[in-house]
Ligand binder design. Structure first.
Ligand code: HEC
Length: 151
C-alpha cells in the first residue's frame, strides 16, 4: 500500500524535477562503485607489485570493502535509472530490473568473496593475491551480465 502511495506522489512531480532526482541517484550509485574500485585498485596494485605489499594497508582496504557490503543499494536502483532511461549517464543495463534475483545472486557471491578476502588480506601477499583474484571474478561476473561496456 505504501508503495502505491509513493508511486502516486512521484507521478505528480514535474518530469524535470524527477529526472534530476534520478540523475542524482545514478551519480550516487556510480560513486558507490567508484569506492569499490578505489579500494580494489590499491589491492590489485599490491598484488601486481606496483605497490609494495603492506599487511596493514591491505587489511584496511579489505575492511573498507566489508563496510561497503553493509550498504543497502536498493534505493540506488530506482526504476527509471537504467541505461535505456538515461543514456550517456549510466551503464546499468535494463536487464537488472527484469532479473533482480539474478543480480542478488551475483551480489551474494561478491559479499562472500569480500569476507573471505578480509580474513586473509593482512597475512601475506600470496593470500592477498588469491583473495583478490577470487573477488575480481565476482565483480566481473556481475559486470558481464548487468553492466554495459560503454555509456
Ligand atoms: C551485483 C553486481 C555488481 C557487482 C558484484 C559489482 N559491480 Fe561494479 N558495477 C555494477 C553496475 C550495474 C555498474 C554500472 C553502474 C552505473 O553505471 O550506473 C557498475 C559499475 C562499476 C564501476 C564504474 C563506476 C563509474 O565510474 O561509473 C566500477 C569502477 C565498478 N563497478 C567496480 C566494481 C568492483 C571493483 C567490484 C568488485 C569488487 C564490483 N564493481 C562489483 C554492478 C556490479
Amino acid at each position: 500500500m505504501r508503495k502505491i502511495v509513493l508511486t502516486a506522489v512521484l507521478a505528480a512531480l514535474p518530469a524535470t524535477a524527477m529526472a534530476e532526482g534520478l540523475e542524482d541517484l545514478v551519480e550516487a550509485r556510480r560513486g558507490y562503485y567508484k569506492l569499490l574500485g578505489a579500494n580494489m585498485g590499491e589491492l590489485v596494485a599490491m598484488v601486481k607489485g606496483e605497490a609494495e605489499y603492506d599487511g596493514a594497508t591491505a587489511q584496511t582496504h579489505a575492511a573498507n570493502l566489508v563496510t561497503l557490503t553493509n550498504y543497502n543499494l536498493g534505493h540506488l536502483y530506482a526504476p527509471g535509472t537504467s541505461k535505456a532511461d538515461l543514456p550517456g549517464e549510466t551503464r546499468a543495463l535494463p536487464e537488472i530490473w527484469d532479473d533482480m534475483a539474478g543480480v542478488q545472486e551475483k551480489g551474494m557471491a561478491f559479499v562472500e568473496a569480500v569476507n573471505e578476502l578480509n580474513e586473509v588480506a593482512g597475512l601475506d601477499k600470496a593470500e592477498l593475491a588469491a583473495g583478490v583474484q577470487k573477488l575480481g571474478g565476482t565483480c566481473k561476473g556481475c559486470h558481464d551480465d548487468y553492466r554495459a561496456k560503454d555509456f
